[in-house]
Design a protein around this ligand. Structure first.
Ligand code: SAM
Length: 238
């Protein structure tokens, strides 16, 4: 998979692409990432990428030409991408979208800045995506949020495949189960006995039950929908 990013602040991605699981995925080329400075596609010698809005008003708008030129170049080099534009009013990013996007061969994420991009850019956009109902200064953090969630879904990026299955939202929207590590008792707080038992079947059943309990408490709507759609087993209903 390849992810291309168009931004006016490419330096923001430096740490993100070097550290941790994402850093390893990039180094081992399980994902190829190219972060492109929109300024490299500006025409003039001052590399201007923004201009005042037609009709007046505050702030600046990202000009269309550098973005279109970058898009043409990226498409020529790496094939036509699926294009995402970060927008506060876009479709809200979630795990289902991450799974869907992780199957694309080539994603291009356009990071807005200032008052946003010239509306005509949207003719090359497949999906406008928001990471929540609040306004950030730019689309770079949303791009990193999406990339993080998408890259960890790429086969073999996570050392243990099982950990993906146990993740919240991966199994019918159910939330993850509680985790404990050593010591078995700390400040009088004990790890549930069953986890120390070594009895795999019982541990699995306990985790399933806790996952259902947590979902019922934190996201009752998910359980209601699963019940309506007949997607819970008889055992899970109990
Ligand atoms: N003028 C815009 C408005 O009316 O909402 C706000 C622009 S914001 C300051 C600059 C850019 O940051 C946006 O164009 C978008 O690319 C990005 N951005 C801000 N908040 C976002 C969010 N919640 N999700 C995704 N992108 C966001």
């Amino acid at each position: 998979m390849r992810i291309s990013v168009l931004t006016v602040l490419p330096g923001l991605f430096d740490c993100f692409l070097k550290e941790g699981i994402i850093g390893k995925a990039v180094q081992s080329e399980k994902v190829k990432v190219n972060v492109i400075n929109i300024r490299d596609y500006a025409y003039d010698k001052h590399k201007v990428v923004d201009d005042v809005p037609y009709g007046g008003g505050p702030g600046m708008v990202l000009k269309p030409e550098p973005i279109f030129r970058a898009y043409d170049d990226i498409s020529k080099k790496f094939g036509k991408p699926f294009v995402i534009l970060t927008e506060p009013w876009g479709e809200t990013f979630n795990q289902e979208m991450a799974v869907e996007l992780s199957k694309k061969e080539h994603l291009l994420i356009i990071c807005g800045r200032y008052e946003g991009v010239d509306e005509r850019v949207k003719t090359i956009v497949d999906k406008e995506v928001s990471i929540g109902d609040y306004v950030l200064t730019g689309g770079e953090l949303p791009a990193m949020v999406m990339m993080d969630a998408i890259i960890r879904l790429i086969p073999e990026v996570l050392g243990n495949k099982e950990s993906l299955k146990a993740d919240s939202f991966m199994d019918r929207g159910l939330l993850g189960y509680p985790n404990y590590t050593r010591p078995a008792e700390y400040r009088g707080l004990k790890v549930p006995e069953v986890l120390l038992s070594g009895h795999h079947k019982k541990i699995e059943e306990w985790r399933k039950r806790e996952s259902l309990k947590r979902t019922l408490k934190k996201k009752p709507q998910v359980i209601e929908n699963l019940l309506k759609e007949g997607k819970l087993t008889e055992e899970e209903k109990r």
